[in-house]
Ligand binder design. Structure first.
Ligand code: SF4
Ligand code: F3S
Length: 106
C-alpha cells in the first residue's frame, strides 16, 4: 500500500485524491488517509502531492513508519474524497514544517 505521511498535516492539498483510480483516499479535518485494503499501488498519487507526503510502505522515510498504521486506522473512520478541494488556508506555510504530528485532528 501507499501511505500518507506527516507533511500532509495542516496542508491537505487534495491533488492526490483526484487521481486515485480506486478512490482510496479518506478525508479528515487536516489530513488524508489511504485505505490499505483498497490501494492498488499504482503510484499515480505520488507526483501529484505538492507536499511530497506520499510514499510506498516499503520506502517510508525514517520516523514516518507509524503512519502505516495511522492511515489504516483513520481511513476506516473518515469519508472517501475523490475531488479537489481548496487546500487548508496556511498550507504553503505549513508545507515542510517539522513536528506536525501533534496537530493531527482525528
Ligand atoms: Fe490510489 Fe494509486 Fe495512490 Fe494507491 S498508489 S492511493 S491506488 S493513486
Ligand atoms: Fe495531503 Fe498531499 Fe494529498 S498534502 S491531501 S497527500 S496532495
Amino acid at each position: 500500500t501507499y501511505v500518507v505521511t506527516e507533511n500532509c498535516i495542516q496542508c491537505k492539498y487534495t491533488d492526490c485524491a483526484v487521481v486515485c483510480p480506486v478512490d482510496c483516499f479518506h478525508e479528515g479535518p487536516n489530513f488524508l488517509a489511504i485505505d490499505p485494503d483498497e490501494c492498488i499501488d499504482c503510484d499515480a498519487c505520488v507526483p501529484e502531492c505538492p507536499a511530497e507526503a506520499i510514499f510506498p510502505e516499503a520506502e517510508l522515510p525514517p520516523g514516518q513508519e507509524k503512519f502505516l498504521e495511522l492511515n489504516a486506522e483513520l481511513a476506516k473512520n473518515w469519508p472517501v474524497i475523490n475531488v479537489k478541494k481548496d487546500a487548508l488556508p496556511d498550507a504553503d506555510k505549513w508545507n515542510g514544517a517539522e513536528g506536525k504530528l501533534q496537530y493531527l485532528k482525528k
